[in-house]
Design a protein around this ligand. Structure first.
Ligand code: BGC
Length: 333
């Protein structure tokens, strides 16, 4: 994920709530809806793929002092007529410096939107998106900001999220069940992101031409096992165990648009989240975790609705818990 992010941990901005707007605060990147439009994590089913974005409308854009033009719920859809709409233009200086992972400005190149453009995949998991005045339009609607913000690509920016799980066990090796829900507790590998300080799934960006299956494995090795720094011998062992676990098909948890605070009217995040489960606890679970690359810390966390996580990651875990008939929240009795 290093290619798309600068450090925005220091930028904590709290702005005033505007009554009636789906206003959010971005604290180091975590964009929380103030007027709780997000359904209760205990009762909701997985967020529908067409849900309205909220974090993508957070007032202050991450890592900047730029305020988005406020977009109320009824004006999110591009279909809603709104002549007064005047989004703020912002592309981060780090993106304008033309790093390898970023596109140039529109006008100075001819991207092939909605297609595989050389090795850059400009297709969306959500289907065909509209291109207006040579700029792709966010398939979920207005965000109050145009340009690319912190994102490198015009249109979809593709990521992949490996959700590695095991059963929580006691010292005798028996599965632990939750005292309230009575359901077995799952654990997943979580990293603390260096860019915003939030706990997250160890995901990252799909490199041009890279298969998503490889991204899933690579990001997990780099961030949770620190494979980039490991000795040749350790690296081989890590590779063998991870390849073994990741060679199983895995359970596809989600594929599509992500309500990410970095999204803009013209650039947005999409991901493929896949669950790889170490049922017996004798595969990846036996390897020591070590934070690497863009991860500050790494740990096995209990899968539980009370754990706040980056972007839509909590939703992904809810789906995993449901699929594996594991504990999610105290009301699951
Ligand atoms: C992260 C993924 C996340 C995606 C969308 C990427 O930067 O590495 O974990 O799902 O952004 O928010």
């Amino acid at each position: 994920m290093k290619r798309v992010f600068t450090n925005w941990a220091g930028s904590v901005h709290i702005a005033l709530a505007i009554v009636g707007l789906p206003y959010g605060v971005c604290t180091g990147g975590y964009c929380k809806a103030i007027n709780s439009r997000v359904p209760s994590v205990c009762t909701s089913a997985f967020v529908s793929s067409s849900a309205m974005h909220i974090k993508a409308r957070c007032s202050v854009y991450p890592g900047s002092d730029t305020h988005r033009f406020p977009v109320p719920d009824d004006k999110v859809s591009w279909a809603a007529d709104w002549p007064e709409y005047s989004p703020v233009n912002y592309t981060a200086p780090s993106v304008l410096k033309k790093p390898v992972w970023a596109d140039p400005e529109i006008g100075s190149f001819s991207p092939q939107f909605n297609s595989l453009d050389g090795s850059v995949d400009r297709r969306s998991h959500e289907g065909e998106y509209t291109v207006q005045d040579d700029r792709p339009l966010n398939p979920r609607g207005r965000t109050g900001l145009n340009g690319r913000g912190l994102l490198g690509r015009w249109g979809p920016n593709h990521a992949a999220d490996p959700i590695v799980t095991r059963w929580k066990r006691d010292s005798a090796g028996q599965r632990v069940s939750h005292a309230m829900s009575k359901l077995p507790v799952l654990q997943f590998v979580s990293i603390k992101r260096k860019d915003c300080g939030e706990w997250a799934i160890p995901g990252g960006m799909v490199d041009p031409g890279e298969l998503v299956s490889l991204t899933l494995q690579r990001e997990f090795s780099e961030e949770a096992m620190n494979s980039l720094q490991a000795s040749q011998q350790e690296r081989e062992k890590i590779h063998e165990r991870i390849t073994q676990l990741f060679s199983a098909p895995g359970f596809q948890v989600y594929k599509g648009y992500v309500d990410d605070p970095r999204n803009t009217d013209n650039s947005w995040m999409e991901t493929v989240a896949v669950n790889f489960h170490d049922e017996k606890g004798d595969s990846v679970s036996e390897l020591p975790l070590e934070a690497g690359d863009d991860a500050g810390q790494v740990s096995w966390f209990d899968v539980d609705s009370s754990q706040p996580l980056y972007a839509s990651h909590s939703r992904f875990l809810q789906t995993v818990a449901k699929e594996r008939k594991a504990h999610w929240c105290v009301m699951d009795q």
